[in-house]
Design a protein around this ligand. Structure first.
Ligand SMILES: Nc1ncnc2c1ncn2[C@@H]1O[C@H](COP(=O)(O)OP(=O)(O)OP(=O)(O)O)[C@@H](O)[C@H]1O
Ligand SMILES: [Zn+2]
Length: 754
């Protein structure tokens, strides 16, 4: 293993424990590490099949933790904070770019932020990733125990009775050795109740009561189960990781003497790259020249190519379909959108759902409880009722194997990992199991209007002069005021001024009043662009002006007033078209039994026009704090989801049970909310809810399946109907069934059917 000689010794380190295929193992190690004496500052997160340790850089603590992990029979590799496992360095090159600029520098360049290439290689390769099943440790145990079992059967068939029994005993002991070693290691860390311990006791016990053949079979089946579980668990995770392989390895950098091929992860913001038609885009950037169709399906899940031209943003991993583009790089490889999506989903897999935490606590007493019952079953009938020891020891041992909580422990994380991947591949990102659970319980969805139900690209439709102000002057002053604002209305007004060839006047002291308007010092004094209501409240808009604004608003437009102290200069009307699929989305939500409301800062007439068209409730003229209060009130009656564009709705998004940011490419969208919808599709809102509901149904099925099977075999074991190998088969079977069931979610189609 490679030690992490990171300078800056006080930095917390992330270590990844490898070689674990089973969430139950992970839970066990976490238990052990959390109770290690003399180690502070360790935080442990269980991921699908590995464990992430974060510990303060403290040499003794580090050594203790490392030693403990190794004693338990696992590997441990450092992972410096800020790096990610998302990079595709070890992935199959055949799946990359397809355009053959594969070069030998593919492996040479770690992304910015990782300290050496070697680490990259190490932590991108936890234990057995990418190996065929027979090359993994668990696979080899299966082959070994299987071969020994076969030999033992052969020995029994071909030779006299005695030899067969010895062969089975040998097969059992050899296969059991690595398992027993881990059981003892855990015991030393005061973890007596582990799966390995259960297995070891059961197999040794079976040898004692002369059931050598069955003991060998049990060891073999245990090995098979562990391996299958590992294969299935890594499937759930690979779905999202494969995205990274879509970013090409190299890029054509524009240099003084022509284009030069360089590694994609050496690109830095500001560089200019050339992208040929048919190539995948190697970096996030803005188009400098060229107009082409861009297929963004890997990033946003949107399969229809969109036409993008100068000034538009493009994402790494998208496909440039028809023309040469020159693109200015805006993000280094490590924080391009696709890397952030992958990192987000990986982190989301760590964030445990409430159900998962419950299962965790449950399995902590489950194993000891079953262990005690097994002991009673062994002791009571022979001692109290003079029954034969053999029979009851055998039944007790079978019961012990029932105590294995694998299926239960893996039931939740497997489903969650699969659901997160299924969502992410469609551009619906959810930050963890808790978000999935909350989404499944939503009864109300509140929409912000601008940029969510509408395109968020209003255009100026009318300019109404007041008090004899010329139109050109209205635009010039309004544009000057709005130059300091990023509000969609402000951008529309600036765009209109540019289109009319009017330069904004110089301005100073620009301010914005959230939910009301903007102001600045322009020319002779201060000027405002604000809602007509605010203009009237300031005494600048008279009854005639208000009536004129109302007339525009009744047409579904948004009117703003340009005014100076006590004097209105004009009205500007803007129109923002509803998204084509908004009505369909609202209809689908209703069919899911979910109430819908618009919460908008816009005026009631415009809001009514859109709400009426879409068939939903509305609340208008809401200041940001009113939206917050409205969400709070809605959440008294059930789960509330708030959909916003992630910029000015941050408080409301936080307040809601599930805050969803909508809109492709909005940087904040990925960070601020509980979930993000990357394609501009309102129908992804009902899709997200359907996916979450499907995930919860899946989780409940899994829990019922795991507990149900255990309950059945608990009874049949006590009654002596089923024996040792059925007990272990039931455990393995349940684990595999549960994982396979979870994997169904990977293919879930959240779009409404029929
Ligand atoms: N920069 C601005 N320029 C002009 N008017 C503004 C500006 N900011 C806010 N307003 C006025 O305040 C009103 C409310 O703004 P707010 O940003 O809260 O909501 P909105 O963007 O219109 O709609 P939604 O709340 O649905 O996103 C706007 O309709 C507009 O009349
Ligand atoms: Zn198990």
């Amino acid at each position: 293993m490679e030690r992490n000689e990171t300078p800056g010794a006080t930095q917390p380190l992330e270590w990844t424990v490898t070689g674990m295929d089973c969430a139950a193992c992970a839970t066990k190690i976490r238990g052990a590490l959390e109770r290690l004496p003399g180690v502070d500052g360790v935080s442990v997160a269980v991921m699908a099949e590995r464990l992430k340790l974060t510990l303060d850089e403290n040499q003794t603590g580090r050594d203790t933790v490392e030693a403990a992990v190794r004693t338990l029979g696992y590997g441990i590799v450092p992972r410096a904070l800020g790096t990610q496992t998302a990079d595709a360095h070890d992935h199959d090159h055949a799946t990359c770019s397809g355009h053959h600029h594969d070069h030998d520098h593919d492996h040479a360049h770690p992304p910015a932020g990782s300290d050496t290439g070697a680490h990259q290689h190490v932590h991108d390769d936890p234990a057995d990733r990418g190996k065929a099943w027979y090359q993994t440790g668990k696979g080899q145990l299966v082959v070994l125990t299987g071969a020994l079992l076969g030999l033992a059967w052969l020995a029994e068939a071909l030779t006299s009775a005695g030899l067969g029994r010895w062969a089975f005993t040998a097969a059992c002991l050899i296969g059991l050795a690595p398992v027993a070693r881990r059981a003892f290691a855990a015991l030393r860390l005061s973890q007596p109740f582990t799966i390995e311990a259960l297995m070891t006791v059961a197999a040794l016990g079976a040898l004692v009561i002369n059931a050598a053949e069955e003991a060998a079979l049990v060891v073999f089946l245990f090995a098979v189960g562990e391996m299958l579980e590992g294969v299935a668990a890594s499937k759930a995770r690979d779905g999202i990781r494969a995205l990274a392989a879509l970013v090409p390895k190299t890029a054509f950098l524009e240099t003084g003497d022509g284009p030069q091929e360089v590694p994609a992860d050496s690109l830095t913001p500001g560089q200019i790259i050339l992208i040929r038609p048919g190539d995948r885009i190697p970096a996030d950037g803005d188009i400098l020249t060229g107009t082409s169709g861009i297929d963004e399906s890997p990033v946003t899940g949107e399969s229809l190519p969109k036409t993008r031209g100068p000034g538009d943003a493009v994402f790494a991993g998208s496909i440039n379909t028809d023309a040469v583009l020159r693109v200015t790089v805006t993000k280094a490889a490590a924080d391009n959108t696709i890397a952030r999506i992958i990192r987000l989903v990986e982190e989301a897999e760590e964030a445990r759902a409430p159900t998962e935490r419950f299962i965790d606590r449950f399995s902590r007493w489950y194993m000891p409880a079953i262990g005690s019952i097994a002991l009673l079953v062994i002791l009571v009938p022979p001692l109290a009722f003079g029954q034969a020891w053999d029979i009851w020891i055998y039944r007790g041992l079978a019961l012990l194997l029932i105590g294995c909580p694998c299926a239960l422990v893996i039931s939740v994380p497997a489903a969650i990992a699969a659901a997160l991947s299924a969502g992410a591949r469609r551009g619906v990102l959810m930050k963890g199991g808790a978000v999935i659970e909350a989404t499944a319980r939503i009864t109300q969805v509140a929409f912000d209007k601008t940029g969510t139900l509408t395109h968020g690209r209003p255009v100026v439709t009318d300019i109404v002069p007041l008090n004899g102000t010329p139109e050109a002057e209205i635009l010039a002053i309004a544009a000057a005021v709005e130059a300091g604002s990023s509000h969609p209305l402000a951008r529309a007004i600036l765009a209109q001024a540019t289109a009319a060839g009017i330069a904004p006047l110089p301005s100073q002291d620009a301010r914005t009043m959230p939910g009301k308007g903007a102001s600045a010092h322009v020319g002779e004094g201060v000027a405002w662009v604000a809602s007509p209501r605010h203009a009237a409240a300031e005494g600048a808009l008279d009854a005639d002006g208000l009536a004129e604004a109302a007339r525009l608003e009744a047409q579904g437009k948004t009117a703003v007033a340009l005014f100076r102290p006590g004097r209105a200069l004009g009205l500007i009307a803007l129109r923002d078209e509803p998204r084509a699929d908004a009505a369909e989305a609202i209809r689908q939500l209703k069919r899911l039994g979910i109430g819908t409301t618009i919460l908008t800062g816009d005026n009631p007439r415009t809001a009514a026009a859109i709400a009426g068209h879409l068939g939903m409730d509305y609340r208008a003229e809401m200041l940001p704090e009113d939206k917050l209060a409205a969400i709070r009130r809605l959440s008294e009656t059930g789960g509330v989801m708030m959909i916003g564009d992630g910029i000015n709705d941050a408080p409301a998004l936080k307040q809601a049970d599930v805050g969803v940011a909508m809109g492709s490419g909005t940087d904040v969208a990925l960070e601020v909310a509980d979930a993000a919808i990357l394609r501009d599709r309102v129908t992804d809102v009902p899709a997200q809810i359907r996916l979450a509901r499907a995930a919860m149904t899946n989780i409940h099925q899994n829990i019922a399946l795991a507990l149900g099977l255990k309950a059945v075999f608990l009874v049949t074991s006590v009654l002596g109907i089923t024996g040792l190998w059925i007990a272990i088969l039931a455990d393995t079977g349940a684990t595999v069934l549960v994982t396979l069931n979870a994997l169904r979610l990977l293919g879930f189609q959240p779009e409404e059917r029929g």
